[in-house]
Write a new protein. Structure first.
Lengths: 265, 513
């Protein structure tokens, strides 16, 4: 099947963002930390296409350099949540009724809290910083994956082919690895592509609240927070990092939607 | 005068050849025309075209209902015809009834849509309709939801809603396929009663024996065209077209060739199983000998599949014991049972669900061979050899399950079961999802493999004609109890238990040729 036009455009934007994240210096017009005391809060134009912030740092440079941290937090948190969800979901689905009840009721309790609140509690326990915020976002996202993995595994486990494998005399680990997991994973991976967008937003939100990467590190959420005080006088400080966050989430969602159409018919 | 007059009906979905081509038939009031064919023959598309629901490009030389030209109808006019002039009964009542709606509301729907009776009289009419189709206690049933009704009652409710506005034509698309034989007989009797009262019936079915009971005339469809059409008696006893002959020949008939049973390989002693407070099996015992087929007969919920799963060691029994070739089997812990699992293999009802959809036939078979301990280097050749045994060529090795037809899938499932050189095959309704001609092939294949390998077979089916053809001995289950067992010829010829007699009386049979 060919990609839709929207998905192609999204994939192109995604590639650009990825390039920014991997090699920011190649694209950045200025170093991200160099302050220009003569150009505080300079409007977009001239040598600073996106303007400068309150310390005279180039906003474009900081958006480009922030891509790495922001994307790493989003994708890292999703990967961690996916891994934890897989382990918990598998344990719940295969461990018998008592294990399942205990794990799933615990997940229910976590799911009953808003995700951001959960992330805030987690970051309070783990401590702020890039790693802390990533872990916190992962904790907030884990229950969803655990639930879906558990439900999927339980469905696939009663399928005809798993029964046929059992009747052939295949061992349980072989059945789980060869048949149950691969067939249960499709919808989980699609959820993960959608989850990346949420994770990036949560990461940015934690940074915005000052619980993410420490200053002066470039990160979109922190930049947004910096620009908050100048929204009326210098909109560009907050606008461009905000645009970057929005674009990323849209890109990830469009690609995720395409994947979902393809694999979850 | 002719009620329905169809000439040169063509339905095209724009996917190469038209799905229905040049179909012509006519129908008088009080007459039943059966359209018979296998999957993909175009019979259901034809039925839907009569309701303006085919979804394709419909063309016809004539398409008249009671003198009115249906070709010129717009969507609004069609809605007026549907339900009011033509009633439509679908196959699966559980899917055709809205699960959130009470039965009474469902049956009232066409009355409210077409406003054929004043609002105040709708409730009374619904009760009378439900009573007319033989639903006991219609007052109570009208207030219930579809899941609270048995399959037979649901199908009757569906027929009641098709009848609500008193249509002069009923189109029934496989109305009894999902039902047990005794319930099927009741529904067919109900349709016969309608026909006698002057309603015309178009009956769509894959089963010649079912239509034999009801049809005045039969049209046999294949690949979108009618290959033969005529009075039911002539079509069934003296068919002209080779395809009709092949269809009739494929209807299971005759008895199993005599077997020389070897030593017992699978023995069950006093098996019981309860699910909650429902008894699925109450004290079932049997012996299955090498080279012999034991037919397990019963209606849905009789405990057939539960017994099969216990025999396969997939479900623990509450009490009793199963032994395999004289050794403990059901009593073993899974760890000790696993090395012996290859001795007893299942053949599934739905082969489509029995394969990992991501795997190719080659991988499906080599995996089974690997578990059975075949050396890696030999597996590919053995897989091709297994396919040859079930009548498939090596070109199928690279295919995935969804690229195979239903019959080919079942052959692959049998090949997989044979990979581990089992002593026992447990076949759970292995042909009930297949067309009758494919069913005949699969039954012949199983018979040949049994003779070649001396296989013992536990053969589960609801179809008495199938069991008559394959089984040497028969065991009849009802509500978890064995009501009768013995040599197949004896049990099926002179049943002793009333339930067996009911089953036999309800089973559709072709007229003797």
């Amino acid at each position: 099947m060919r990609l839709s036009r929207g998905a192609l455009a999204a994939a192109a934007v995604g590639l650009v963002l990825l390039a920014f994240a991997l090699a920011p210096s190649l694209f950045s017009p200025h170093p991200p930390y160099r302050a220009d005391p003569d150009a505080l809060l300079a409007p977009p134009g001239g040598g600073h296409p996106f303007g400068t912030d309150q310390l005279g740092r180039d906003v474009l440079a900081r958006v480009i350099h922030g891509a790495g941290t922001s994307l790493a937090m989003g994708f890292g948190a999703t990967a961690l949540a996916l891994a934890a969800g897989l382990v918990l979901g598998l344990a719940a689905a295969l461990g018998g009724a008592p294990v399942r009840e205990a794990l799933m009721r615990a997940m229910d309790v976590l799911l009953s809290c808003p995700g951001l609140l959960l992330a805030l509690v987690a970051v309070a326990l783990i401590g702020p910083g890039t790693t802390g915020a990533t872990l916190a976002v992962a904790v907030a996202a884990t229950p969803e994956y655990a639930r879906l993995v558990c439900a999927q595994v339980r469905t696939v486990r009663t399928s005809g082919y798993v029964e046929a494998g059992t009747a052939l005399g295949q061992s349980r680990p072989a059945l789980v690895l060869r048949h149950v997991l691969p067939n249960a994973l499709g919808p989980v991976l699609v959820l993960a592509t959608l989850g990346v967008g949420t994770a990036i937003l949560y990461g940015a939100a934690l940074s915005f609240l000052g619980l993410g990467p420490n200053p002066p590190a470039a990160e979109w959420g922190a930049q947004l927070s910096d620009g908050r005080d100048f929204l009326e006088s210098a909109w560009w400080v907050a606008f461009f990092p905000g645009l970057a966050i929005t674009l990323t989430v849209v890109v990830v969602n469009v690609v995720g939607r395409d994947l979902r159409r393809r694999y979850l018919r | 005068m002719t009620l329905l007059d169809v000439a040169g009906l063509t339905v095209d979905f724009g996917t190469g050849e038209a799905a229905v081509r040049g179909v012509s038939f006519h129908l008088d009031p009080g007459e039943c025309l059966a359209i018979v064919g296998e999957s993909g023959s175009g019979k259901s598309v034809t039925a839907r075209a009569l309701l303006g629901l085919s979804g394709g490009e419909v063309a016809a030389d004539r398409l008249h209902l009671d003198g009115r030209d249906l070709r010129t109808l717009n969507e609004r006019a069609w809605r007026d015809v549907r339900g009011r002039r033509i009633g439509f009964v679908l196959q699966d009542a559980l899917q055709a009834l809205d699960p959130l709606r009470r039965i009474g509301r469902e049956v009232a729907e066409p009355l409210l849509v077409h406003r054929t009776v004043p609002r105040g009289e709708v409730a009374g009419r619904v009760r009378r309709l439900l009573a007319d189709v033989g639903i006991p206690d219609p007052e109570r049933r009208a207030r219930e939801h579809p899941h609270q009704l048995s399959g037979g009652l649901r199908q009757r409710a569906l027929i009641a809603s098709a009848l609500a506005c008193g249509p002069e034509l009923i189109i029934a698309d496989e109305p009894t396929t999902a039902l047990d034989v005794t319930v099927q007989a009741q529904v067919l009797d109900l349709l016969a009663g309608l026909r006698a009262a002057g309603t015309a019936v178009v009956l769509i079915s894959h089963d010649l024996a079912v239509v034999a009971r009801l049809a005045d005339r039969i049209a046999v469809m294949r690949d979108g065209t009618i290959v033969e059409q005529g009075p039911a008696e002539r079509i069934l006893t003296d068919p002209g077209d080779p395809y009709t002959k092949a269809l009739l020949a494929a209807v299971p008939e005759g008895t199993a060739p005599p077997a020389t049973p070897g030593p017992p390989v699978l023995q069950a002693r006093s098996i019981t199983k309860r699910f909650g407070d429902r008894t699925a099996l109450g004290d079932v015992s049997f012996d299955l000998h090498a080279g012999e087929t034991l037919g397990l007969v019963g209606e849905s919920g009789s405990g057939k599949t539960t017994l099969a799963r216990i025999a396969l060691g997939l479900l623990p029994a509450d009490s009793g014991e199963v032994t395999l070739t004289g050794e403990p089997w059901s009593a073993l812990p899974e760890r000790l049972r696993r090395p012996h699992r290859h001795r007893i293999q299942p053949v599934p009802q739905d082969p489509a669900g029995a394969f990992d959809p991501r795997h190719t036939v080659a991988r499906i078979l080599t995996e089974a061979l690997a578990v059975a301990g075949t050396p890696r280097a030999d597996r590919r050749d053995r897989a091709a050899d297994l396919l040859r045994q079930v009548g498939l060529g090596p070109e199928h090795l690279g295919r995935r399950p969804r690229q195979l037809s239903g019959g080919q899938r079942q052959r692959v499932a049998i090949a997989r079961a044979l990979a581990s050189d089992p002593a026992v095959l447990v076949c759970d309704e292995p042909t009930s999802a297949l067309d009758v001609s494919v069913q005949a092939e699969i039954l012949a294949l199983l018979g040949r493999l049994q003779a070649e390998h001396g296989l013992a077979m536990l053969f589960i089916t609801h179809d008495l004609a199938v069991v008559r053809q394959v089984a040497h001995r028969v065991m009849v289950l009802k509500d978890g109890d064995v009501v009768e067992s013995g040599p197949a010829a004896e049990v099926l010829a002179s049943p002793e238990h009333p339930y067996t007699r009911t089953l036999l009386a309800a089973a559709p049979r072709l007229p003797v040729r």
